[in-house]
Design a protein around this ligand. Structure first.
Ligand code: GTP
Ligand code: MG
Length: 239
């Protein structure tokens, strides 16, 4: 891809985001001359803003800013803001260092005229056992309910053409935006390949999603998404 934007959402990721950004910059440099890294910090309570300010100072031409909204829980809105970036390729992963940005090279190696979207799949999930069990149940349910033909529906390590967003308009405000993205990409007929990536133990901070409040929100939003993208479509096809 001639140009790439790399994006990280960040909430209380101060311990990991500097190495994620720097490793991504080093990796992008090997892939293209035209790249940028965008980190959207959502009112973090730790020293994420300070380390991001320092990174922007050290890498001024490679960083973009979005006005801080100072409100956590707006993760979906952050992801939605991204396609506004003007680069051809769009890479997205989490700021908590559970993926290795150097593996972006493996995704980039699969780019071709025939491929629009390259998704990672976790070789082995490195999380506590209860998260692995719940994660498997989640994967199974989501694949069945949404008819997703993907090996891994919640691997947040993806490279795509920005042009995908000319057709795919995202609406969700919560973590279900990943399911919405994958379902809309599949339904729009974009050509997708998957490639293995490593997954690492969380080294800093804690999960923003594995708490009652967010899981409840995700459950409600998933039902609404299923009604809209699966049920309503099925009904209109039958009429
Ligand atoms: N900008 C922004 N980023 C967020 C918000 N919530 C979470 N994030 C970031 O989004 C990424 C994913 O969040 P995680 O808490 O790691 O969620 P997850 O990867 O689905 O779950 P875990 O397996 O527990 O890590 C992390 O880098 C977070 O810092 C938010 O409200 N706003
Ligand atoms: Mg995570």
């Amino acid at each position: 891809m001639p140009s790439i934007s790399a994006f990280f959402p960040a909430y209380n990721d101060a311990g990991t985001i500097p190495s994620m950004v720097i490793t991504t910059l080093l990796t992008l440099r090997e892939l293209t001359n035209d790249y940028e890294v965008i980190v959207i910090n959502d009112g973090s309570k730790d020293h994420t803003p300070q380390v991001l300010d320092e990174l922007a100072r050290v890498y001024p031409r490679r960083s973009s800013h979005c006005p801080p909204c100072q409100k956590p829980w707006l993760w979906g809105r952050c992801v939605r803001a991204l396609p506004a970036s003007r680069k051809i390729g769009f890479f997205y992963t989490d700021g908590d260092a559970q993926y290795d940005p150097r593996e972006l090279k493996n995704l980039a190696a699969l780019v071709s005229d025939e491929i629009d979207f390259i998704n990672g799949w976790k070789i082995e999930r490195n999380d506590p056992w209860h998260r692995i069990v719940i994660g498997r149940m989640y994967q199974y349910t989501i694949k069945l309910a949404f008819g997703l033909k993907l090996k891994d529906v919640d691997c947040d390590f993806r490279l795509m053409r920005r042009a995908v967003f000319d057709k795919v308009h995202l609406e969700a405000d919560s973590g279900v935006i990943c399911v919405e993205l994958m379902k809309k990409v599949q339904d729009a007929g974009f050509r997708l390949v998957e490639t293995p990536v490593h997954h690492f133990h969380r080294a800093y901070g804690r999960s923003q999603f594995f708490n009652f409040r967010r899981l409840w929100r995700v459950a409600i939003d998933l039902q609404a998404l299923w009604r809209k993208l699966v049920w309503q479509k099925r009904m209109s096809n039958e009429q």
